[in-house]
Design a protein. Sequence first.
Lengths: 435, 564
Amino acid sequence: MKANNSLGLIFFPAFDWAISPSHPEREERLLYTQDQLFEEGIADIEGIHFFNPGLAGPADVERVHFAYPDPDSIVTESHYIAAGGVMRALDAVMSGETDKAFAMVRPPGHHAQRVTYGDRGFCIINIEAVGLEYIRQKYPDLRVAIVDTDCHHGDGTQDIYWNDPDTLFISFHQDGRTLYPGTGDMNELGGPGAYGYTLNIPLPPNTGDEGFLHVLDNVVLPVLDDYKPDLIINSAGQDNHYTDPLTNMNFSAQGYALLNEKLNPDVAVLEGGYSIEGALPYVNLGIVLAMAGLDYSGVREPDYYEGKWRQSLRVSRQVEEISDQILKKWKNREKLAAEKFRGRQKVTLPRQVYYDTAGIMESQQQEFKICADCPGLNVIHSANDRGDSLIGIQIPRRACPACQAEGYRLFEETGKMKVKGRFLQDKTGNKYFSA
Amino acid sequence: MILAIDMGGTHIDGVLLRQGVLLKSVKHEVDRADLFNSIWQCLQDLLQGQEKGEITRIHLSTTICTNAIVENKVSRVGVIVQSGPGINWDFDRLGDNLHYLSGSTDHRGIVTDNFRQSDLQTIRASFQDKGVESLAVISKFSPRNPDTEQKIGDFFADDYQEITLGHRLSGKLNFPRRVQTAYLNAAIADSFRSFANSMLTALAEEAITAPVYILKADGGTVDLDTAMQRPVETILSGPAASFVGISALFPPTDKDAVLLDIGGTTTDIFFLAAGLSLFEAAGIEIDGRKTLVRAVYSNSVGLGGDSYVYQDKEEIRIGPERRGPAVAFGGQDLTPTDALVYLGLMGGKYPQKATEALAVFAADMGLDTEACARRIVTIFCDTIRQRIEEILGHINSSPVYTIRDLLQGKQVKPQSIKLIGGPAKALAGPLQEASGLEVSFPENYEIANALGAGLARPTTEISLYANTERRILSIAELDIYQTIDKSFNLAQAEEIALKAVTRAGLAMGLPPDQIEAEIIESSSFNMVRGFMGRERNIRVRAQIKPGLLYDLQEAEQGGRHESQ
């Protein structure tokens, strides 16, 4: 058997690591996936290659996060390795070593935001973003789409690319009114420098295969057609599965595989998914085959039969309605942005961020400067209930000289302020400072 | 006394050993039309003037099974495959008597869908109709639960003598390889059984009662009874014999090393990791079929002493073609051996002819003869060095699954090369220069393979799987399936695995004082299911440590080694 697309598999189950012995993010999580992949003889398919993950380091984290107090103090080895897995996947694809790559790594990363004090939704650092900013060191002009198909809103990835027009972020997820982390409303569309380049598709509980594929065909693919990314990354969480213990959706392994085939991502990254016996072995197998361009028609859960999880008509109508609205927002994004930001100097975004795993409550305020010449300088003021505080300043890629100069001036000024952490990301000069 | 015979493609070698001391060696040409007779002749030569009663073990490395497969002299195999959901592997190559059965078993070993009993009746009729001679039965996840294979096997038990059930061949999870392995096993079972029976009859006639062991591809031996059950394990034992033989010819070590056997046409490359053999990750490949047969990790490069040396776009090229012997030994075409002879690094029958051939070639290249000879030797050594580095790169990037292995994983970093073969002595210096590794070679290497066959010890490997939630324990290779209680833990699992592998070793005829059972992989995973208590999923692999029955020793003073 020969893969039609060569595929790099970074399969790293971290069999010696858990958040705690009975935590969903425990040693056992990818055990049955390994059994299934091995028994199916995946490694013997010509064109499928197994790679070990790389190892991300503090410098890779600093490109993305304001990590308090510093990366090494909060990032575990396993999080560094998971991010290193994504780096390896991107390296394989960008260098042409393989056509596609799938980082089947744990723990996940898509809940980790720009500021990180610790573990949030099992994530400490955003592994897709750490990987992407690493590969942008080698390929600075990459235009990238991240499509997050995890059942939970990819709020971390959204936060990181909120104001970056070079990174389109699309998340579909179970409606935030019914599931952690609660965000991901369709009106969350991005900052003033990238309005419309964040798209959220909240889906009603009990959405089935048809609903997901409807969103894909009627929102995601048309948007990608317009955006024309150089690279598509799929945050391939697997908790939309009908057996997942934490969520309420009805997606199947066949559905996941078909979605992947249609989306045709260059790189997929495992995110959540905790039905480790009933879903992951089959969904992962389906995704591997779809990415390799191989027949996945034989992949199904033992208890699945066609029509078992068909969604209700009511759900279908809701999904169609949501899809229409979002596609309209995308098409009208420039007009909407002009209306929203007309006459304003800056946008201020105050919010609370709860770190469920670490038990930290953070209050922050983000300020995005509206700049006619570039995406605009932005600043985060943050404090948490443990008494930590920081100011993070970002000079974005493609920042104009004025925003660059202002960024450095502001960083200088923070020296006089009463905060514990001071950070500057100069993405134009690729320089990172902390004090 | 151990009597050992290694049958290669062209030569058959035999040795007699007493406690690691070589007493006698013989060499014959193989009669490919009558392999049994070739072995028998060699055996009788060895026995000449010896007390038969002193023979304690007979070790054979044979090409019986390999040849049967490569020459397609195999039984007509009926294959019953239960794939269940998953990848649609195409097993068409297994012939006209391949049947896919309904039903499935999942990764937990739960039968999620039963096969239709009536299908077996239909298959039986078809097999009878087509004159099927032996059977292979393979279901997906059978090492987790062999019920389906067992039931099918029972159904056909009265119809066929040779029935191979997939789960008996390996506890490793790899369904397509298990299918191929079971097919091959069923295909050669009859050939091997008749060979074994001829052997036993002939030995009985000679009143030799010593047990017979067969060399396996993993460099261990297996007793004849087990080999009749699993003849597929005896395929491709040649490289294994060579590997064990080379190891035996050098002092024992616990370091990493490269082992090289430089022949006329090819160079075989092996590795020692901390003094022990490395195995192929999943299993060996034969005749384009990937199997689960454990095998010594070996690589063959198309480069040897008699490789053809020619010019291509102003560059010197060597091999992989071999046109004949070296000019220095009566051939027509230039070879690396001729360069070595010219440089005075080895002797030849016709050194003058080698010099002449080399001079002509050098003139063509616009080089002086000596520079040209040196260039050939350098290219030869560089090619080998490069290949070694490539293979090491591959070995050292094998997938790992734990943080510990990723961050502090073992890397194979050889500091030395152990070299055998015709040009070994001549190439030791240049190879040392090219590789930067210390190169050594033994005086007497011709009988390496037979020595390897003779000194190999029985080995076996088992995989234990236990699940306290389902209260089951299995060791597929030994057909052990039993229930356990809820409190079963890793320590108990390791103890059972060690005992089981030890018993298997004893059954295979390993002297009790030689059994070194060891755990090679061991893990216990917490299974958390809802709010019910915590269960364990345990996986342990254990093996009889591969190695030598005896270290090779110098004959005592006055002792004499006969060679014919």
